[in-house]
Design a protein around this ligand. Structure first.
Ligand SMILES: C[S@@+](CC[C@H](N)C(=O)[O-])C[C@H]1O[C@@H](n2cnc3c(N)ncnc32)[C@H](O)[C@@H]1O
Ligand code: SF4
Length: 387
């Protein structure tokens, strides 16, 4: 039962959730045919200076909502942030540090594409304060990389990892499986090769056909559902054998090396999103708000600092919380619901019981944790928490 007194459906926080910063850099060399991220082919020149100015204006406009708060992590994502020069990343991070306290051990990740990798660049990002690199490898098979429209070869992917290792210890490799005409053995080969580098974090995503992509309009021949399930199982077994923990549907880490930034999303922490199309979630003593920005880079740069704010209706919070928390293999402590939504645990008691009766949530009063069945039928489980 909550220690805070409140009317039914009223949001009240005893203390505010942890805070992270996401900065979106929306350009890529070429648009991949499967990608529905807010990413745009870069023209001749990247408007680096103008864009970093817009990011800073965006951040400044949010400061009145963030007084007294500290950043636990920063994630520079895209798009292809490694198209930006180390000087631009340095200017951006210096501007953040000058405006918001950043915890001394904050995780600062930058996403890089092996097609834009250079040793000097990686050293520059490290010197600017980036301490974690996430490399979009996808596969070590040249034929698969070509079908995926990637701008790099398998050789360049391997070289990018080695270059990254010269400047960074904390490295994530993104792989995709369920690729066009991929066999289980080919998927296992990609995983084996990724594990061979000894990096501490791996993300293995099943390729999905997203609306508004070339692959959606002209679907390539993808492996059957059962074959993809076997590939996910192979990822779970091979990473476990290599000493990794499987902590979220697609995320695997060596002990102590889980991605703190992504964990903050899954634990329904607060995050400020700056950049084209970025959104954020910021809690106040009595409400939780969302912030959205213009998606098109040009429009964003012309309007930076004018994010649209909307209060999330308290009745939507249980679903939003579960949508994130139940992706975690171990779920979350039961008390996190109240700490992160500002609502009493009693608000979801009946729904939790119903999920337990259906075998979708573990019958553990201390944790909200999906069963194996709950993870397999996540949508069915989440639907129970819809208003
Ligand atoms: C926003 S991308 C950033 C990385 C960088 N732009 C790159 O592609 O090298 C993050 C990751 O999402 C994954 N991804 C993107 N589209 C996907 C899709 N349709 N299905 C599955 N995974 C996808 C890829 O593994 C990609 O590396
Ligand atoms: S490089 Fe990454 S963000 Fe850019 S189009 Fe390809 S998958 Fe999307």
């Amino acid at each position: 039962m909550s220690a805070l007194l409140r009317a039914p459906g009223e949001v009240r926080f005893a203390s505010l959730p942890p805070l992270a910063l996401y900065a979106h850099l929306p350009w890529c060399v070429r648009k991949c045919p499967y990608c529905d991220f807010n990413s745009h082919e870069r023209g001749d020149a990247l408007p680096e200076r103008e864009y970093v100015d817009a990011l800073i204006a965006d951040l400044e406009a949010m400061l009145p909502s963030l007084w007294g708060r500290r950043l636990r992590s920063i994630f520079i994502g895209g798009g292809t942030p490694s198209l930006f020069s180390p000087e631009a990343i340095d200017r951006m991070l210096a501007a953040v540090r000058a405006r918001l306290p950043v915890e001394p051990d904050a995780e600062v990740t930058l996403e890089a594409n092996p097609g834009t990798a250079e040793a000097g660049r990686f050293r520059g990002y490290r010197a600017a304060g980036v301490n974690r690199l996430s490399l979009g490898i996808q596969s070590f098979d040249d034929a698969k990389l070509a079908v995926l429209g990637r701008i790099h070869s398998a050789h360049e992917a391997r070289r990018a990892i080695e270059m990254a290792q010269a400047s960074f210890e904390n490295i994530n490799l993104d792989l995709m499986y369920g690729l066009p005409q991929q066999t289980l053995e080919e998927a296992r080969k990609d995983l084996r090769e990724a594990l061979r580098f000894g990096t501490p974090h791996l993300s293995a995503y099943q390729l999905t056909l997203e609306p508004n992509t070339v692959f959606y309009r002209k679907p390539p021949p993808l492996p059957e559902h059962d074959a993809c399930a076997d590939m996910q199982l192979a990822a779970e077994e091979m990473t476990a054998a290599a000493g990794f923990e499987h902590y979220e549907t697609s995320a695997f880490a060596r002990p102590g090396m889980r991605c703190r930034h992504n964990l903050n999303y899954w634990e329904f922490g607060d995050y400020l999103g700056i950049g084209a199309g970025a959104h954020g979630k910021i809690s106040f003593a009595d409400r939780v708000t969302r912030h959205e920005r213009a998606k098109q880079p040009r429009e964003y740069m012309a309007t930076a600092g004018t994010a649209q704010e909307k209060v999330i209706a308290p009745r939507e919070l249980p679903f939003e919380f579960m949508l994130n928390a139940l992706r975690l293999v171990e779920g979350v402590p039961a008390e996190l619901f109240e700490a992160r939504t500002g609502l009493p645990t009693t608000a979801i008691l009946r729904k939790v019981q119903s999920a337990q009766e259906r075998g979708l949530l573990e019958e553990d009063p201390r944790r909200l944790r999906p069963t194996r069945r709950g993870r397999l039928f996540l949508n069915e489980l989440l639907q129970l928490f819809l208003d």
